[in-house]
Design a protein around this ligand. Structure first.
Ligand code: TYD
Length: 139
């Protein structure tokens, strides 16, 4: 499946770098929630779900991790290892995240407030959901 990467422009060079991300300008949705995961062990795995409507941008702001994306037809794996690169996850994409490096910090920008009812946590249910929703182009 097609993976959309955003390369955010770092400001400054001699005394560290700064990345600013503005909603609807640098990314395609309004930012209604920000969260991050840290204290991760190499054997940890996160995700294992999809969302009915939520859009997200994942940025590994420290270290490295691996992201598996699955739209129900195709699976793509990408490494997140740049603090100024974001991976866009549209709705109805199953994600799994693993292979965390020591000290990895994963920052997530989300288009909606937290809502457990938006989650699809069962893979069979996910496949039924995407097939029933006419997902046919594999994008
Ligand atoms: P989850 O989204 O399953 O985490 P991940 O995709 O990183 O594996 O959420 C883990 C737990 O945290 C779950 O009990 C719900 C809670 N949570 C919130 O309370 N608010 C939030 O914004 C998020 C993302 C999770």
């Amino acid at each position: 499946m097609n993976v959309i990467r955003y390369s955010f422009k770092p400001h400054g060079c001699n005394q560290g770098k700064l990345v600013a991300i503005e909603e609807l300008k640098d990314i395609p949705f309004p930012i209604r929630r920000v969260y991050y995961t840290y204290d991760l062990k190499p054997e940890d795995t996160r995700g294992h779900h999809a969302h009915k409507t939520l859009q997200q941008i994942l940025i590994c702001i420290n270290g490295r991790c691996r992201l598996k994306l699955d739209n129900g037809k195709e699976v793509t794996t990408v490494m997140l290892d740049k603090p100024n690169e974001g991976i866009y996850i549209p709705n109805t994409v199953w994600r799994e995240i693993d292979d965390f490096s020591p000290g990895a910090v994963l920052l997530i920008l989300a288009s909606e407030l937290y809502d457990e009812a938006d989650y699809i946590r069962d893979y069979s249910e996910f496949l039924r959901f995407v097939n029933g929703n006419g997902e046919s182009d594999g994008q």
